[in-house]
Design a protein around this ligand. Structure first.
Ligand SMILES: *Cc1c(COP(=O)(O)O)cnc(C)c1O
Length: 426
């Protein structure tokens, strides 16, 4: 039943490294062949063999209204008919920026880019430019895109100094990245004790790239305090949690606020968009107003702006959407937890708005090391069996799941029933 996908994968591998344009898509951690997608339809994905899946991945987050939302589709088609790109200003950029500025007390200006990677990379340059400092702090298990200084792992040298996590990244670049444990205040303090040259902390305030692990409030408060005491800027990477965890992401849920926020995913509604934003004092230092250089040929692309603008306006017009999404995420997580408990399977769940995460382990993970102690084999089997039954979960224990507005309670209950069949023998 995956025959066409298996063939397509073989063909792809001949001309594309690993057959994919982003490694996680290869299904390496769960095994098997990734279904090749023919189209999306509301809450569902349909692959080239004709299999239909309830989609909990949503293109890794962007599609909060599901596939082929009529309003977004119309806006995109209408805008595309006037030309795909001009490399000159359009009013759509101002409109989308204004929508975001209106939502946040701590944001006066927004700069658009074309991906989350670009957003965080540019936000870090801005923080370094503004502070005149070189080091950055990043947390183990947080993902901020694939730029050089963010591809770090624990090094063997100085306790907190990052080592490259990929060939091709010079150690000279990662030596400025201090790596700390998520939710570990002592570790963070140690970092500040070791360096007086820290430009910024970059953090996913709701981590979504080691499964779903929200930062403890006390931890975010410590981040804020240490930044203030040391002339360091705090960056919330809300590329995933923005417009997902709540209308204003994690920033709308926690009290400590960031100096710079990065966006991506939902802000483009499926089109390639990222953004970074801050107060006017910080943003005014960006070129052409200030000296810190940042640019992009397709930045603020009109078609992408139209998609994001339509999506954000729909969300703003109906904030109750987040209560409904939270209720559905909770229904799914509670349902799976109940099934797991019935069969004595250790199982942990977390929900933040339309984001949900689950782990096969005894106690709730608080950091990357905890996640690595979870049962990855069990997850892989669960994933494989769910795919067979038409439920498309993210293909790694390091990822999480998303609810879109078009997923119904009936869809969720069907998923819980399928999980019941699988967990019986898991
Ligand atoms: C997805 C993601 C990124 C990278 O965004 P891309 O568009 O894939 O470059 C950065 N930060 C976080 C938190 C993300 O989830």
């Amino acid at each position: 039943m995956f025959e066409k996908s298996i063939n397509a994968y073989e063909e792809a591998k001949k001309v594309i490294p690993g057959g994919v344009d982003s490694p996680v898509r290869a299904f390496n951690s769960v095994g098997g062949t990734p279904p090749f997608i023919a189209k999306g339809e509301g809450a569902y994905l349909i692959d080239i063999d004709g299999n239909k899946y309830l989609d909990f991945v949503q293109s890794w987050g962007p599609l909060i209204f599901g596939h082929c939302d009529k309003d977004i589709e119309e806006a995109v088609i209408k805008t595309a008919k006037n030309g795909l790109s001009f490399g000159a200003p359009t009013v759509l950029e101002t409109e989308l920026a204004s929508e975001i500025v209106e939502m946040y007390d701590n944001i006066d200006k927004v700069r658009f880019v074309s991906s989350g990677t670009e957003a965080t990379m540019s936000a870090i340059r801005l923080a370094r430019g503004v502070t005149g400092k070189s080091d950055i702090i990043k947390f183990e298990g947080c993902y901020h895109g694939h730029s050089d200084s963010l591809l770090v792992q624990a090094g063997s040298g100085m306790a907190t100094c990052g080592a490259p996590s990929s060939p091709g990244v010079p150690a000279d670049l990662t030596k400025h990245t201090l790596l700390c444990e998520y939710n570990n205040i002592e570790n963070l303090k140690k970092c500040f004790a070791e360096s007086s040259d820290i430009a910024c902390i970059i953090i996913e305030p709701i981590a979504g790239n080691m499964g779903l692990i929200p930062a403890d409030i006390e931890f975010l408060e410590a981040c804020r305090k240490l930044c203030d005491e040391n002339g360091t800027l705090l960056i919330y990477d809300e590329v995933m949690s923005g417009f997902r965890a709540s209308l204003t992401g994690a920033s709308g849920i926690v009290r400590p606020q960031a100096d710079i926020i990065t966006f991506g995913k939902v802000i483009g509604a499926g089109m390639p968009v990222g953004a970074f934003a801050s107060n006017s004092k910080i943003m005014s230092q960006l070129s052409p107003e200030g000296k810190i250089y940042q640019a992009g040929t397709l930045s603020g692309n009109p078609v992408a702006m139209a998609a994001g603008l339509t999506s954000l306006r729909k969300l703003k017009a109906n904030p109750a959407i987040y209560d409904e999404l939270t209720a559905k995420s909770t229904r799914l997580m509670n349902g799976l937890k109940e099934v797991a408990t019935k069969y004595n399977i250790p199982f942990q769940t977390t929900v933040r708005g339309s984001m949900f995460g689950f782990f096969f382990c005894e106690k709730e993970p608080k950091n990357f090391k905890d996640v690595n102690n979870c049962d990855f084999k069990r997850f892989a089997t669960f994933h494989r069996e769910m795919i067979k039954r038409g439920f498309y979960f993210a293909c790694s224990q390091y990822e999480l799941g998303f609810i879109s507005t078009v997923i119904t309670n009936e869809d969720i209950d069907a998923c819980i029933n399928a999980a019941n069949e699988i967990m019986k023998n898991l």
